[in-house]
Write a protein that binds this ligand. Sequence first.
Ligand SMILES: [Zn+2]
Ligand SMILES: [Zn+2]
Length: 136
Amino acid sequence: MKIDGACSCGNIRIEGEADPNTVSVCHCTDCQTASGSAFRVSVPVKGDAFKVSGKPTIYIKTTAESGNPRAQAFCPICGASLYSTTPGEGQQAMYIVRVGMLNQRDQLMPGRQIWWRSARNWVSGLEGIRKLEKQV
Ligand SMILES: [Zn+2]
Ligand SMILES: [Zn+2]
C-alpha cells in the first residue's frame, strides 16, 4: 500500500510503498531511549519506492543493541523521529519508517514484537490500566 506522512512541523515529508503485514513493535533499549517511550512501531519501505522532501538530520548510532551502525533520521526543527536506514550516501536499499508519522497508521497494525527481552514489564498489562478519553 502507499504510505505518506509528515513530521510534527511539516518540514519533512515521506512517501513510499509498504506491506501492512510487516509492521513491528520494537522494544530494544535504543528505541526506548530515542523515542522517550517504551517501544517504537515501524514498517520497512524499499529504497526504490522511498521519497523524502526536506532535509532530515541524520544521527549515526554506532552502538546499537543489534551491533549494526544505523542512520537515525529526525526533523531538525521539531525533532520528530522519521526513519532509520543503513549509513551511506544516496538512496539506501531499505528504510524503516516510524508508523506514528504516517497518515495510514490506522491500517498499519503490528504483526510482531522484537527485542521482547528488554520490553518494559508493564506493556503486557496496558489493557488493565485506567483509560481516559482525553487528558483528564
Ligand atoms: Zn518537523
Ligand atoms: Zn529498536
